[in-house]
Design a protein around this ligand. Structure first.
Ligand SMILES: [Zn+2]
Length: 558
């Protein structure tokens, strides 16, 4: 998952029990992102030590109940983090609040991105709880507590240990780790983990999220050649990406068309990763003169998190950037800076953007328009026929971004009805995840050592299908575990089966119900829009309409 879209699903079911386990065996238990895409978390026990690889938050659709971490949080010695995305790192502050005080190993750039993303996540948890509590007090309901708070985020950040790429790090006498580039996000890694107990040493390779290769700024994924066990993602294990267009050229055409009309280009984008890619394309538009007549156009990055994340990109460019980006830097060109780039941090600076008279490009978060400053820019631009809104990432059904892409005619923002007159465009094909062929190639690098493969981080049956595909292609022993499935690492034998307890009844049914619910919400928005339009009509008509709505509401609230 390459979003930092922060909607928690089902976290209440995921507790941290207090049972100690420590029976002296080497084992691997799957906890999160098993037959699911988000909430990555794997538990390893070896030489009496408890470890986790990733500690992610579930986001979006939740299909299976995740099993609890089988030991007390305080009994976990080490956590290894593949990358900073919240679905891989977002529960670390919760782990801390439950007593974890061990060491967290990650690449340097991941540590720096976690520093901003975990604090941002804590901020979101606290604001959501505050908002719910305001409603709860009015309704006489009990208050909720946030999943974690800023103190937990700050506390856990002190436990991070920054590691270099490609260096073997001896964690202790029985645990060694190495991070190699996964090409998915700045600092992203696949993790090689060697665990020893007595005479036995086993090597586990965790893919993390694997990138597509040939992305702006970051390097291609590195291949690992040997392991005893591979734990591999399969997000797009059933899909092939189309050949990507030249985004600089495509974006330039849209910007030109909008500027000629006199409007603004507004791009909702995730702060970490996608925003920096957009800056890379904007710089190319400038340097390759792709926008004749508008050479001096201005680009506003209006999101404090984006500005901080861009600084982390700058700081890590010598280690994390690809050859092309490094060459630009060597020739004195910063691939993320250009003339006309403006960053706004304070809310006054943000508001000032709305008073600019000439057409500009505005990049702001959140990427699905659910929160953040983007909503202000939508309020000021959606009603304008001359403006364009460009979506550059997947929009989850039910989000404002999804409504707009589905052709909503009116929306409600900050208690106001806003007409949608702007041009709404989707620029698909920018993906942070390898497709089926690229994943197959990554897995193929292990052909000589022929490890046992566990397929995770994919949609339900897609994980089984990708495991079967690897078996057919390479003859690997490959399977897709469920949450709670546990394997003995010495023998490779499964020693415990998870509960396979579903949170939703059926995938198709749940997808369909999400879509139908989205339809209902849109119908609700239409109703509100219509009510506003009727202002000024004779009282008799308004009263009749109000009665009709009330009787409809009475019928459905029974
Ligand atoms: Zn990711």
């Amino acid at each position: 998952m390459d979003t930092n879209y922060n909607r928690i699903k089902g976290y209440k079911k995921r507790g941290f029990d207090t049972t100690e386990r420590g029976d002296g065996s080497m084992l691997l238990e799957f906890l999160g992102a098993a037959h699911e895409v988000t909430g990555s978390c794997h538990f390893i026990q070896a030489d009496g030590k408890n470890m986790l690889v990733d500690c992610g938050m579930e986001q979006g659709p939740d299909l299976y109940v995740n099993q609890e971490i089988p030991v007390n949080a305080a009994a976990i010695a080490y956590v290894f983090i593949t990358h900073a995305h919240i679905d891989h790192s977002g529960l670390l502050p919760l782990l801390y609040s439950r007593g974890f005080r061990g060491k967290i190993f990650a690449t340097k750039a991941t540590c720096e991105l976690c520093n901003i993303m975990l604090k941002d996540s804590a901020h979101i948890q606290m604001s959501e709880a505050e908002w719910k509590n305001r409603k709860a007090v009015r309704a006489g309901n009990p208050k909720v507590t946030p999943l974690y708070d800023m103190d937990d985020a700050i506390g856990v950040l002190e436990h991070f240990i920054a590691c270099d790429y490609d260096a073997k790090v001896e964690v202790d006498e029985s645990v060694t780790v190495r991070f190699v580039d996964a090409g998915h996000l700045l600092g992203s890694s696949s993790i090689e983990l060697w665990v020893t107990e007595g005479e036995q040493t086993k090597k586990l390779a965790f893919s993390g999220d694997i990138g597509t290769g040939n992305r702006p700024l970051i390097r291609n994924p590195e291949y690992i050649k040997d392991a005893d066990y591979v734990i591999m993602e399969s997000t797009y294990g059933n899909k092939l990406h189309a050949a990507p267009p030249d985004y600089a050229v495509t974006l330039a055409e849209v910007i030109k068309d909008t500027f000629i009309r006199g409007g603004n280009v507004v791009i909702p984008a995730f702060s970490v990763g996608r925003t920096q890619e957009l800056l890379y394309f904007m710089r190319r538009i400038k340097s390759e003169h792709l926008l004749p007549g508008f050479e001096d156009f201005e680009v506003y990055v209006d999101s404090p998190l984006s500005v901080e994340a861009t600084n982390v990109f700058h700081k890590n460019n010598s280690v994390c950037f690809n050859e092309e980006a490094k060459q630009l830097i060597a020739s004195g060109i910063n691939p993320l800076r250009f003339q006309g780039l403006k960053t706004s941090v304070t809310s006054d600076e943000s508001k000032a953007i709305n008073f600019i008279q000439k057409p500009v490009v505005i990049i702001s978060a959140s990427g699905m328009c659910e929160a953040g400053r983007i909503r202000h820019h939508l309020k000021h631009n959606l009603w304008r026929k001359d403006s364009t809104i460009i979506f550059v990432g997947f929009q989850v059904p039910g989000t404002l971004g999804n409504f707009l892409l589905n052709g909503a005619k009116q929306i409600r923002l900050f208690g106001e009805t806003v007409e949608v007159n702007a041009k709404i465009l989707n620029l698909p094909g920018i993906s942070g995840h390898a497709d089926k062929d690229q994943l197959t190639q990554w897995a193929g690098a292990f052909s000589e050592s022929a490890p046992k493969f566990f397929i995770v981080h994919g949609e339900d049956t897609n994980t089984d299908a990708f495991a079967a595909h690897l078996h057919q292609t390479f003859g690997y022993d490959a399977q897709a575990p469920y949450s709670g499935d546990t394997y003995d690492l010495v023998t490779g034998v499964q020693i415990k089966q998870g509960q396979r307890q579903r949170t939703l009844k059926r995938t198709k049914a749940s997808k369909a119900s999400t879509n139908v619910f989205a339809r209902l919400l849109t119908a609700g928005e239409r109703l509100l829009g219509l009510i506003h339009k009727l202002e000024g009509r004779p009282n008799k008509e308004l009263a009749k309409f109000a009665d009709q709505i009330n009787s409809l509401c009475d019928k459905w609230s029974k």
